[in-house]
Design a protein around this ligand. Sequence first.
Ligand code: COI
Length: 350
Amino acid sequence: MLDINITKVERSKLNDLTLENIPFGKYFTDHMLEADFENGEWGNIEIKPYQPLVLDPSVSALHYGQSIFEGIKAFRQDDGEAFIFRPYENFKRFNLSAERMNMPEVPEEIFIEGMRQLIELDKNWIPTQADHSLYIRPFMFATDFLLGVKPSDTYKFLIILSPVGPFHAAPMKIAVEEKYTRAAPGGVGFSKNAGNYGGSMLPATRAKQMGYDQVLWTDAFEHKWLQEVGMMNIGFVIDNTFVTPMLEDTILKGVTRDSVITILKDMDIKVEERKVSVDEIVNEYQNGRLTEIFGMGTAAVISYIKKLKYRDVEMEFDINGFSISPKVKQALDDIRAGKKDDRHGWMFKV
Ligand code: COI
């Protein structure tokens, strides 16, 4: 068993809070996990009261961006048992991000067992209402106090927890992005590093100024091949087939994307992971075969798209007519709530 030094709060903040309909990522539980990488190994593994970090202003992550994270959700089922949804997938992806950003791997026993013990301690923070969950945010950043440009020798790994209500993603209006680029081949698009999100803020703000909620990212060379929508993977239903861009190094290997694909295959719905061009989408819209379009991510799960703009073409979708994506969302909800057989072993018991 992993040796974690545990210091508990004297009084839970939960006494002052109701967990219903709270905004995403604004409140944090009583405890956090922290570990330090120094002299080539991980140590100082602690679970302690949630608290500020004290860092020197020269801390490397703030200047040169070695900073990665994950997003995972935990649920409490009717019998009170807590479960984490597919944490090993995020664990694997976290270490892929770490490798790409020249950061050390975090061992499974710190990431998974540390997370388990932290959640066990803050289990009462997992909301039980429908569409509520505990959002888990593991992250790692470079902690050398040095302005020299080089991979840091020291790092901090933390896990913080935030109870979240429904990410009331109202159906989105999306504009195809042809100027800015999220990710290029050989770059860092597949990794969940902080800079990918920083770089997306300006294009998203521009899109908002034009009346859209987010952008649909296209490839760096031709601005023609679709990548992701905002911070999510993108999916389409074309002639009753689910179509999504295939995984390349420009695309995040979404756990929700993978779960959606698996559920669709269970439902005997045809799945195509391949290159998808904006021209194909416009054509299929115009000939009436494109019937559903949505984003897939941990935070919002499935986010329907009601409008897609490409140049002077405005494509409108009647989300009340979507049939396949709501069924997938329901199946996911049911598995997480323990109401449907967890045939793929996705629910990890705390
Ligand atoms: C997700 O869909 O979970 C994301 O990656 C968004 C997150 C940064 C809040």
